[in-house]
Design a protein around this ligand. Structure first.
Ligand code: ATP
Length: 488
């Protein structure tokens, strides 16, 4: 591939052509920044979800999962600070009429400088931006844009409006009696799943007899009216989050923050994606609820960008819910404090949050897996596109392919399907040449193909073909299931 932009475009096309991701309501020309997952995309997405859910709720004995509603009482979002603070500074270009998030505009400019080898200048601009954002200094930010003559990518001009704040929450009417203009009764589509966990903190703690430290995990949809929503599934208006809130004793947040940074990186690395694709980015401008925060960034085809956030949220959320709801959000800690010789007693717990976008994780997995290989020989030009998914995430684990459609081969292949399909996802196909069938399986990332041929009838063996090496072995039919299960 000539460059990363082409590679990104190739990945987007591949996702569509092979049933991973389609633009939403495409027959009506789609809806901006909304996507549908197709037959293989939804399998891959589910496998990523399971990988996260199982590691959170099984590997950590003190974490349980919930599934809260998307609609929440409107006061939730006042208490959480989202009504007042969930804003992004935006700037409009007067010529193209396009609106940009200020940080994205400046970051885009810095990326361009980087690409030109002007690394130091890029770093200086980003540092300047961070400190101005931290102070909400919009005049300073506008000056930074003007001084660097940052242009609108559409109009090519620097004819900018002043910087203004925009709230990113979607709102709607609830029931039949409430009008959309009625500010008090406005309901929001949740912009994060975290609040569903906070409002259920005491329900879970009491009904589950949970002792601090403990966590509550959740996977669910979130909605943000992103102003600049492009870059495929990296930034969507409807997306899914996998969040975990870990409730701890006040004063221990620094240690737990470091602990979760490490644990979460380990989770990513356990997929076998090399370490150099990940890096931490510490936040200088902290969200309204945080006392420390960082991102795990991934090397997407569009550069290193946020994949997951780890936030030390203090007692901000629980304290505010206590204040707004007038319900106590306290926990009684019976453990004895060695300093005083008395129990720690009642307190509002502090929280460390890990928050990863499922769709971004999907993009990270697909973009790392996507490989174009030149298989040409002096005699023949040849190439293939293969998705080298970790087997446990692959949408399909095994393809069972009778060499031809007769001589009893399909019957044997069907028996193999019956033996395997309740254990993992299998695919049966008898059409086209075996070579074409292998390539189709490569394109959706199926790690194993077995071919049933005439020799199978004689010695009960099949050819197994490994996706990544394209190596082929002869193995007994009775071992297929085990080979696949071992790889998972
Ligand atoms: P960004 O700076 O990229 O807008 P954020 O800091 O607002 O992200 P968080 O509020 O920390 O994101 O959300 C946690 C995670 O949810 C992010 O790390 C990301 O993976 C995911 N996420 C957030 N917004 C979107 C979106 N619009 N589309 C897809 N995933 C998203």
């Amino acid at each position: 591939m000539a460059n990363e932009t082409n590679r990104f475009q190739a990945i987007i096309s591949h996702c569509k052509e092979y049933g991973f991701i389609f633009p939403s309501s495409e027959i009506y020309d789609g809806l901006q920044a909304v996507y549908d997952y197709g037959q293989w995309g939804s399998e891959l997405k589910k496998n990523i979800k399971d990988y996260w859910w199982n590691s959170m709720t099984r590997m950590y004995e003190n974490i349980v999962g919930i599934d809260a509603a998307i609609f929440m009482h409107p006061t939730t979002w006042k208490a959480s600070g989202h009504v007042d603070n969930f804003n992004d500074p935006m700037i409009d270009n007067k010529d193209s009429k396009k609106r940009y998030r200020v940080d994205h505009l400046i970051e885009g400019y810095a990326e361009m400088l980087n690409a030109e080898g002007r690394k130091q200048e890029a770093e200086q601009i980003l540092a300047g931006m961070d400190s101005l954002l931290a102070k909400d200094d919009f005049t300073g930010l506008k000056k930074l844009i003007e001084e660097n003559k940052i242009k609108c990518p559409i109009s090519g001009t620097s004819n900018w409006t002043d910087i203004r704040q925009f709230n990113l929450m979607f709102s709607t009417e609830f029931g039949s009696t409430v009008s959309a203009d009625d500010e008090d009764n406005k309901v929001y589509l949740r912009p994060e799943t975290a609040q569903g966990i906070f409002v259920n903190f005491l329900n879970v703690q009491k009904s589950g007899r949970m002792k601090i430290p403990f966590g509550i995990a959740q996977i669910g949809k979130a909605f943000r009216n992103e102003i600049v929503a492009r870059q495929f599934i990296f930034r969507m208006r409807e997306f899914e989050q996998m969040e975990m809130q870990f409730f701890i004793r006040p004063g221990t947040q620094k240690d737990w923050y470091e602990y979760w940074k490490e644990e979460r990186l380990k989770w990513h690395l356990a997929l076998g994606i090399p370490k150099e694709n990940y890096r931490f980015h510490d936040h200088i401008k902290l969200a309204h609820y945080a006392d420390a925060a960082c991102d795990i960034e991934f090397n997407f085809p569009i550069g290193f960008k946020e994949l997951e956030g780890i936030h030390s949220r203090t007692d901000f959320d629980l304290k505010n819910h206590q204040e707004y709801s007038k319900k106590k959000m306290q926990y009684y800690d019976a453990e004895v404090d060695p300093a005083t010789g008395k129990p720690y007693g009642n307190y509002i717990p502090y929280v460390i949050e890990t928050s990863i976008g499922l769709d971004r994780m999907f993009l990270a997995v697909v973009s790392h897996a996507y490989t174009e290989e030149d298989l040409s020989t002096p005699e023949k030009k040849d190439d293939r596109v293969v998705l080298k998914f970790p087997p446990k995430l692959a949408p399909m684990k095994l393809a069972v392919l009778p060499l031809i459609k007769k001589d009893g081969l399909p019957e044997i292949a069907r028996q193999i399907m019956d033996d395997c399909k309740s254990h993992f996802r299998c695919f049966y196909e008898e059409k086209d040449t075996i070579g074409k069938r292998y390539r189709r399986m490569d394109a959706i990332g199926t790690p194993f193909c077995v071919t049933v041929d005439h020799q199978t009838k004689e010695d009960n063996t099949v050819t197994i073909r490994y996706r990544d090496t394209m190596k082929q072995d002869r193995v007994p039919v009775t071992e297929i299931r085990k080979i696949v299960l071992d790889s998972l």
